[in-house]
Design a protein around this ligand. Structure first.
Ligand code: 5GP
Length: 253
């Protein structure tokens, strides 16, 4: 196997140097973590499913004109992506109250919100990704006011697309998280959707039964996580033929 350089290893993914400058290879691991990695497990097949699902959502977004980092899927666990400079924010869009919002405001989970709400967390595991107001983001120079306007517009387009696609297969998009990266084309900077879009980063509930089909199954011990993700992939018609885990990656620094 050709040697390749590890660029970054996160909780659920590994980034390797790509074949050409400005590209990376994104490898989806089977590792599941929650509560800032206090809870950990390995879920066989999760990486394969998330690779496919993220490909499905990112290509769909590109087809409607939303720029993303996705270039092409390489194999069961890897995709070729554009290298971006990640803005250190988790951009969260909520359609129904759940998770930290439900807790913070004492709302019952599943309460419909008056309109989609976009919020931001500062990406820092040591701090537990704290919620931050736009004022902080601009004052600390993580993004400009213009960037923030563009990020909100992008996030709402992703929400409309994702909510529509999921509704078509009987799933309610409760909320989701995306990350945004900067790329430069000549002298122009553009903001594009990066990281991944998968049941790891969304809350997805069956419309009829409210059955959870996302990472809350793992966070809250609600059953088999791979079964839930497989159900999402099956409904979307993106179930890979074989989800048995492949060989583990060899890390070469
Ligand atoms: P909450 O703030 O309610 O915990 O999360 C809101 C949404 O963002 C949920 O869909 C959740 O899965 C996603 N989310 C929040 N933080 C993270 C994170 O650190 N990693 C991932 N993958 N998703 C997150």
């Amino acid at each position: 196997m050709a040697r390749r350089k590890l660029v970054y290893e996160g909780k659920a993914k590994i980034l390797y140097e790509g074949p050409e400058p400005g590209t990376l290879v994104q490898y989806f691991k089977d590792d599941a973590t929650a509560f800032n990695a206090e809870k950990k497990d390995v879920i066989d097949g999760k990486g394969v499913l998330n690779n496919r699902l993220s490909e499905f959502f990112m290509t769909g977004l590109q087809r409607i004109g939303v720029p993303t980092h996705f270039i092409k899927r390489l194999n069961m666990r890897e995709q070729l992506i554009r290298q971006v400079e990640i803005i250190p924010l988790e951009v969260i869009v909520r359609n129904f109250a759940a998770g930290t919002m439900a807790k913070r405001l004492g709302l019952e989970e599943g309460t419909p919100l008056p309109r989609p709400i976009v919020e931001f967390s500062y990406k820092d595991d040591n701090l537990g990704d704290p919620l931050v107001p736009e004022e902080y983001i601009i004052a600390f120079g993580w993004a400009t006011q213009q960037d923030m306007d563009d990020i909100v517009a992008l996030a709402l387009r992703v929400n409309d697309f994702m909510a529509g696609v999921m509704h078509g297969v009987g799933i309610k998009l409760v909320d989701f998280k995306i990350e945004i990266g900067r790329i430069w084309e000549n002298d122009f900077m553009r903001l594009i959707v990066a990281d991944e879009i998968s049941p790891d980063s969304c809350r997805l509930w069956d419309i009829e039964t409210d059955r959870k089909l996302d990472k809350d199954v793992f966070r809250r011990d609600l059953g088999d996580l791979a079964d839930a993700y497989t159900e999402v992939a099956r409904r979307l018609g993106v179930l890979p033929k074989n989800t048995t885990p492949g060989p583990k990656p060899t890390l070469i620094n």
